[in-house]
Design a protein around this ligand. Structure first.
Ligand SMILES: Nc1ncnc2c1ncn2[C@@H]1O[C@H](COP(=O)(O)OP(=O)(O)OP(=O)(O)O)[C@@H](O)[C@H]1O
Ligand SMILES: [Mg+2]
Length: 230
């Protein structure tokens, strides 16, 4: 029996509640994602995709409802518990990559492992391996401002995968990549998904990327409007 890895119960997110700038970004979402499932989240700009990912990743608090990650209700977690959850269980690829400018590609990728207490040598070896796999063998010791947008994005992907998190949340992880690089990244995601039973939730505007996932969730105006098998 596969277990439920992520569950949202009546989750609502209202920004600037009670002010003239109030926005209901996510409204009453109910959702279950099974362990080992690879799910695409699609919808127009402003429909609430990043907000939903931020809620699941614990980066922004819910207005109401509950989020359950691997059987634990994380809604009421303290900041420290939330940080530990992110460190140990959740990989996150941001829409804007959030690489550290003063670290090289390899150092950016190594960082989560070093934070977990891994040795420098092991972290470096794993970082180099995964960067090569993403076609960045020639950019290992380059700094982010020496990389193209698509290369930076792949460094961010490598950083999110290096700790082999149980859950990977990707906010348009292939948004800046051409077809060939996107296909490479999706192949890598699928391999990790199969080898480690990793659960993935990937925001994408691409029907092609969506078709490579197990299921497509469509969101519009903060509500899930369709759930289909890819
Ligand atoms: N920090 C914030 N404060 C106030 N409103 C916000 C904030 N972040 C997002 N919003 C609003 O919430 C709604 C959903 O935004 P969100 O970023 O989740 O959309 P999205 O689906 O990721 O869009 P895109 O495809 O353009 O990235 C938008 O109307 C946006 O204006
Ligand atoms: Mg977004």
């Amino acid at each position: 029996m596969r277990k439920v890895m992520l569950e949202l119960k009546d989750v609502t997110k209202i920004y600037n509640e009670g002010t003239a700038r109030e926005v209901v970004a996510v409204e009453n979402i109910n959702l279950k994602i099974m362990e080992g499932e690879m799910v695409a989240l699609m919808g127009p700009s402003g429909s609430g995709k990043s907000t939903l990912l931020n809620l699941i990743g614990g980066l922004t608090p819910v207005t109401s409802g509950e989020i359950i990650v691997d059987g634990k209700n994380v809604t009421s977690f303290s900041d420290e518990m939330r940080a530990a959850l992110r460190r140990d269980k959740i990989g996150y690829i941001f829409q804007h990559f959030n690489l550290l400018d003063f670290l090289t590609a390899a150092q950016n990728v190594m960082l989560p492992l070093l934070i977990q207490g891994e040795t420098f040598a092991v972290a470096r070896r794993r970082a180099v391996m995964i960067l090569r796999e993403l076609g960045l063998g020639g950019r290992i010791d380059h700094y982010p401002n020496e990389l193209s947008g698509g290369q930076e994005q792949r460094v961010a992907i490598a950083r999110s995968l290096i700790t082999r998190p149980a859950i990977l949340l990707g906010d348009e992880p292939t948004g800046d990549l051409d077809l060939e690089s996107s296909t490479d990244v999706m192949r890598l995601f699928r391999r990790v998904n199969q080898e480690e039973n990793q659960t993935l939730l990937l925001v994408t505007h691409s029907e092609y990327i969506g078709s490579l996932c197990d299921r497509i969730l469509r969101i519009d105006d903060g509500k899930i409007v369709e759930e289909v098998k890819a």
